[in-house]
Design a protein around this ligand. Structure first.
Ligand SMILES: Nc1ncnc2c1ncn2[C@@H]1O[C@H](COP(=O)(O)OP(=O)(O)O)[C@@H](O)[C@H]1O
Ligand SMILES: [Mg+2]
Length: 379
């Protein structure tokens, strides 16, 4: 039987549950011409939700660009990739290339058509690094080359990454000033580095201050998660009892990605054993298999941390903390507060620790389980 669970890429159809209200709010805002920031921890389902909303917007006649900032490695790369994306808004790429050449004077854009038929652009930066003007011109493309009457929708996934582009140019300020002038393009900003994004949009000194409706993605309601799991197992021919479903939601801390990853393992095992039922006792072995599978990446994460950072991470894996008071520090043999605080900053900026509602906890519940495992086992 085919495994009914999927984790990793954005999900849709039967593999997608909940998020109706947030999806409606997002759709309405964009239809009304409002720019939106949707933020929330990694793996909660932001990209999935926006992909779904973008499908609806496309069906309504809005041309959409979905642009993943995480994959961009330099300003030059951004400019070429973004101009290509803008170009693909038009059916007939070669015709718009001449328009593009007009807009991007001096960069001699050259069009190549990839194996999949997607146009891609190369630009000539031999005359010097990109300037403010180049970035402005490229960002203006969706507005300048759009046809049709409906607004173009641009989704910037992992938007906080524009900070990485900014070494020579004040990218944040340039983005904001171009975006502000456009009348026929709406933006959806997505991002997982919650603290960076919040600061970007709520700090009065920053260019993006109050420039978007801010929506937060939280965990789905627990009962929706339970119902989703029950339905999907049933779809795969397995009756999971209530305790098994609760155990999966607990171990995954009700984060959609981990929920699907764990359910996937549990299903695989039941299927391999030829079982048609799943009980709570089947969940811990499935969790152990998930963790074995992820061990390499956990090791890499920890290898790249200082001793101090490791100590704080391990303490938080054992016990999420609101404050690092003396009792907590003694329990977990932590150093003085100032060292904890600087370690914490790094852990948060790496996305390993989530700080919300005044509590610090590991973003990855499976990494927490792995860190809690005994260091040595005597048999
Ligand atoms: N609405 C949803 N229903 C079911 N699973 C989901 C949902 N949203 C996310 N997931 C799970 O989480 C994984 C990561 O989703 P993604 O949208 O990429 O999250 P994010 O963009 O917040 O990091 C998906 O592959 C899927 O397993
Ligand atoms: Mg994402």
């Amino acid at each position: 039987m085919k495994n009914p669970f999927l984790f990793g890429p954005p999900v849709s159809g039967d593999q997608f549950y909940d998020r109706e209200e947030l999806g409606r709010e997002l759709f309405r805002a964009v239809e009304n011409g409002t720019n939106v920031l949707l933020y929330g921890p990694r793996r909660y389902g932001k990209s999935s939700l926006v992909t779904r909303v973008a499908e609806k917007l496309r069906a309504d006649g809005h041309p959409c660009i979905f642009f993943d900032m995480m994959k961009v490695n330099s300003m030059e790369h951004f400019l070429q990739a973004y101009a290509s994306a803008a170009l693909s808004l038009q059916g007939r790429a070669t015709k718009s290339l001449s328009a593009l050449a007009r807009f991007l004077k001096g960069l001699r854009p050259k069009l190549t058509i990839g194996e999949t038929g997607e146009p891609s652009l190369e630009m000539d930066f031999s005359g010097g690094p990109p300037t403010t003007k180049t970035l402005e011109d490229v960002l203006a493309l969706p507005e300048s080359i759009r046809t049709g009457r409906k607004n173009v929708i641009v989704v910037f996934d992992e938007f906080q990454e524009i900070e990485r582009l900014s070494s020579d140019l004040p990218a944040e300020r340039i983005f904001r000033s171009v975006i502000q002038r456009q009348k026929h393009v709406n933006y959806v900003y997505l991002g997982s580095r919650t603290h960076l994004l919040k600061r970007m949009f709520t700090d009065a000194a920053r260019p993006f201050y109050q420039s978007a409706l801010v929506l937060e993605m939280e965990k789905p309601p627990r009962d929706e998660s339970v119902a989703f799991l029950r339905d999907r197992f049933r779809h795969g021919g397995i009756q999971a009892d209530a305790a098994a479903l609760e155990a999966i939601v607990d171990a995954s801390e009700n984060v959609p990605y981990y929920l699907q990853a764990l359910a996937y393992e549990a299903f695989e095992q039941a299927d391999a054993d030829g079982r048609k039922t799943l009980s709570a006792a089947d969940v811990p072995p499935a969790l152990a298999r998930c963790i074995r599978r992820m061990r390499d990446s956990f090791e890499t994460v920890v290898e790249n941390l200082s001793d101090n950072q490791r100590t704080v991470l391990s303490a938080l894996a054992r016990e999420p903390a609101a404050s690092f008071d003396t009792a907590y520090r003694t329990r977990h043999r932590l150093p003085v507060y100032t060292s904890i605080s600087s370690a914490l900053k790094v852990l948060v900026s790496k996305g390993l620790v989530e700080s919300s509602r005044r509590t610090h906890r590991l973003a990855d519940p499976f990494l927490a389980v792995w860190l809690r495992e005994p260091v040595c086992i005597a048999e």
